[in-house]
Design a protein around this ligand. Structure first.
Ligand SMILES: NC(=O)c1ccc[n+]([C@@H]2O[C@H](COP(=O)([O-])OP(=O)(O)OC[C@H]3O[C@@H](n4cnc5c(N)ncnc54)[C@H](O)[C@@H]3O)[C@@H](O)[C@H]2O)c1
Length: 235
């Protein structure tokens, strides 16, 4: 008889519907990438050890993370690659179509609009907006920059359900309000400002400056831990 390839606590009370801890959630896209690579190689089944190795984590951690999706692995048989890939995709909301608008076609907005990697991960950039008449009407990749005055009409026409804000901080809140009023409930913001949104709207902020500061902190700690570092810094 086969037994589930999960800890006892993984099924039942800990089944789908539980809140997933942020660290586990952050690893799911890594498992998905590994599983999709296996699918591309026509691999049908994988053990937790193999999948953990492909994802660069310990197998106990992988089993714990996947337990948040329910109990579907079988000891000795492993995971059905297609099924687990579908489960993770569904949980991450990737089985629905995400149509993304980028507001702000400056340096950042243009670079993001040209990036082809979003499509392969299920996000299609369908519209690009700016307020500058010198930019409106120009071509970026296959998109033509629309005037931000047409935001609401274009969001509706393109069926946009996610937006990226790459505008100066001073206009970010006003544009965020317009996106929310137009029904967009998922916003990724690069603007260095705290955005106020209703509870049903998800905002994620990307702040490269903060990430660099965290890196600098870790680099400095590593330097300090090196033998003789105090002597060197005193020179
Ligand atoms: N989070 C990060 O890591 C990070 C990194 C780089 C830049 N940023 C931020 O991203 C934003 C964009 O940076 P950038 O370098 O592309 O700047 P940029 O000046 O090149 O581009 C901003 C664009 O926004 C447009 N714009 C201004 N007001 C607008 C409005 N009301 N409606 C629509 N478009 C409008 C401008 O015409 C311009 O094309 C800035 O807020 C910047 O501080 C964040």
């Amino acid at each position: 008889m086969t037994t589930p390839d999960f800890p006892e606590t993984a099924s039942g009370a800990e089944g789908p519907g539980r809140e997933i801890p942020p660290a586990s959630l952050a690893r799911l896209p890594i498992y998905l990438r590994a599983l999709n690579a296996m699918l591309a190689d026509s691999v049908e089944r994988v053990s937790s050890e193999e999948l953990a190795e492909a994802a660069g984590v310990k197998s106990a951690m992988l089993r714990k993370d996947l337990s948040y999706l329910g109990s579907f692995g079988t000891r000795g048989v492993g995971y059905d690659v297609q099924f687990v890939s579908h489960k993770i995709s569904a949980l991450l909301g990737l089985t629905q179509e995400w149509r993304v608008a980028i507001v702000g076609a400056g340096n950042l907005g243009r670079a993001l609009a040209r990036y082809s990697g979003f499509t392969t991960r299920g996000f299609e950039v369908v519209a690009l907006f700016d307020a500058d008449q010198g930019i409106v009407g120009t071509q970026v990749g296959w998109l033509t920059v629309s005037h931000v005055d047409d935001l609401e009409t274009e969001l509706k026409r393109t069926g946009t359900n996610m937006a990226v804000l790459s505008v100066p901080a001073v206009v970010a809140q006003e544009l965020c309000d317009r996106l929310v009023a137009a029904g967009v409930t998922s916003i990724l913001s690069f603007a260095p400002v705290v955005l106020q949104v209703p509870a049903h709207v998800q905002v994620r902020k990307v702040d490269m400056g903060t990430e660099l500061q965290i890196l600098a902190y870790h680099a400095q700690r590593a330097q300090e831990a090196e033998p003789g570092s105090r002597a060197r810094s005193a020179q």
